[in-house]
Design a protein around this ligand. Structure first.
Ligand SMILES: [Zn+2]
Length: 442
């Protein structure tokens, strides 16, 4: 199947009709009295119900729409703290998805005959290693993959190979890219000596400060990429490095208002994806719980595909006086303040009828702490007027506290754990419980 030859609506309907053959989705459609054959526009498609993470966790086995003997591979995600989501792929689906990833990378970064070092999981249940290997191979690139580096010998071996081969490209999540810098330092090797030209950052939102640090440390340009084991590649930056172009032949992306579910044409909302290539697991309108900004404006590179900028998880939010405040809004304030790190935590508590917001920010600045705290608060008030209005009205109080670097608790991946904590009892009783696990972006 060549996706370029079929109109989008037909492709989406083909996949949804296939999904309707699965036990899970046929029951869902029947319970809502919906018939895919009646869909005649993208607007009507966008009224189909979301498929959620809990759906996938609870009904994995009844998702496939084809016989098991036609399924080539199984991947899983999000199983560290609960039941995993299990995804099935066909051989053709893996190849198609990889092809579009490869074509995009090659179009802008010319990887033919070049070596890419993948420091991504290749030995666990995630899809990323499988897809990236195929993607590079499909356009004449070469890959070497190193999964989790658990001992000194593995780290040294990779450093030695990179010294010898001078790879052109490297790919990893931000935490691994930072930890590999430390490995190089421990071996007395300057990472710039590898001669890397590009580093593809994946799996997590890359804050502007960390991006600059990685580019300076490796002497290479960062390309941002997003994907999920659920649907494989979603978007990749171009040579303008201004947002990730959606891989429209492999995946259909909608960005919707996280509260009303209505489509957003320009701005920030929740990413909803439908898979166009994997007939084993035809995911229709999967609610990813990731927030991103989308634009449909054409890019300077010449492509007209919409672009995404990932922001944070939808669960990283609090309700303040009837409005949601998201973690990314704090990220954006901190990104404008070079003397602070991008690591913070925000805690809301309810004391004597008043909501108190405590924002702790890690900083290695030893001087003028009080001045810095006031600066953060002023910038926050400017960026999020709703907060300052609520404080002026006596509804909330906001405290900013600068703390030492590495003070906040971290996840095994090196990110601050629970950046947003809401201790208000009434909130916990009333709010729907989020799925709570990252979307395992690859
Ligand atoms: Zn572009």
């Amino acid at each position: 199947m060549n996706n370029k030859q079929k109109p989008l609506l037909e492709l989406l309907k083909d996949m949804a009709l296939l999904a309707a053959k699965s036990e899970f989705y046929s029951k869902r459609l029947k319970s809502l009295n919906l018939d895919i054959n009646n869909i005649s526009s993208l607007e009507e498609f966008s009224k189909l119900p979301f498929i959620t993470s809990p759906d996938m966790r609870e009904h994995s086995k009844t998702f496939p729409a084809i016989p098991r003997e036609e399924i080539a591979a199984l991947f899983a995600s999000g199983g560290t703290t609960g039941k995993p989501k299990i995804m099935y792929w066909t051989e053709e689906g893996l190849d198609e998805s990889a092809k579009y990833v490869g074509l995009h990378i090659d179009r802008f970064f010319n990887i033919r005959g070049k070596l890419c070092i993948l420091i991504v999981p290749g030995d666990n249940l995630a899809i990323v290693g499988t897809i990236m290997r195929r993607a590079f191979y499909s356009v004449g690139g070469m890959t070497a993959m190193m999964g989790l580096m658990s001992n000194h010998d593995q780290k040294k071996e990779l450093i030695d190979v990179m010294k010898e081969e001078n790879p052109y490209f490297m790919m990893g999540n931000p935490a691994r890219l930072v930890s590999f810098l430390n490995d190089c330092k421990a071996e007395g090797v300057d990472p710039k000596s590898f001669g890397l030209k590009y580093i593809m950052s994946t799996s997590e939102v890359l804050q502007a400060k960390l991006k600059r640090f990685l580019e300076e440390s490796y002497g290479a340009k960062i390309i941002q990429q997003a994907g999920m084991t659920e649907v494989s590649g979603i978007g990749i930056e171009c040579s303008e490095f201004d947002g990730m172009h959606i891989l429209e032949d492999a995946v259909y992306v909608e960005v919707v208002d996280p509260v009303s579910g209505k489509p957003i044409k320009e701005g920030v909302g929740e990413v909803v994806v439908s898979n166009l290539v994997n007939t084993a697991y035809p995911l229709v309108r999967y609610q990813t719980e990731d927030l991103a900004r989308i634009t449909y404006l054409p890019c300077r590179c010449g492509l007209t595909t919409p672009r995404l900028w990932y922001k944070c998880r939808t669960s990283e939010s609090i309700d303040i006086e009837g409005q949601k405040i998201y973690a990314y809004q704090i990220d954006e304030v901190l990104n404008t303040m070079p003397h602070l790190s991008s690591h913070f935590s925000l805690k809301v508590s309810h004391v004597n009828g008043l909501n108190n917001i405590l924002i702790q920010v890690e900083s290695d600045s030893k001087e003028h702490t009080k001045i810095n705290e006031t600066q953060v608060k002023d910038s926050l008030n400017k960026a999020i007027p709703h907060l300052s209005d609520a404080e002026k009205a006596g509804k909330i109080s906001i405290d900013i506290k600068l703390i030492k670097i590495e003070t906040l608790p971290r996840t095994p991946r090196g990110k601050v754990s629970n950046r947003i904590v809401d201790e208000r009892v009434w909130y916990k009783q009333q709010a729907p419980q989020p799925d709570g696990q990252r979307g395992e972006i690859f």
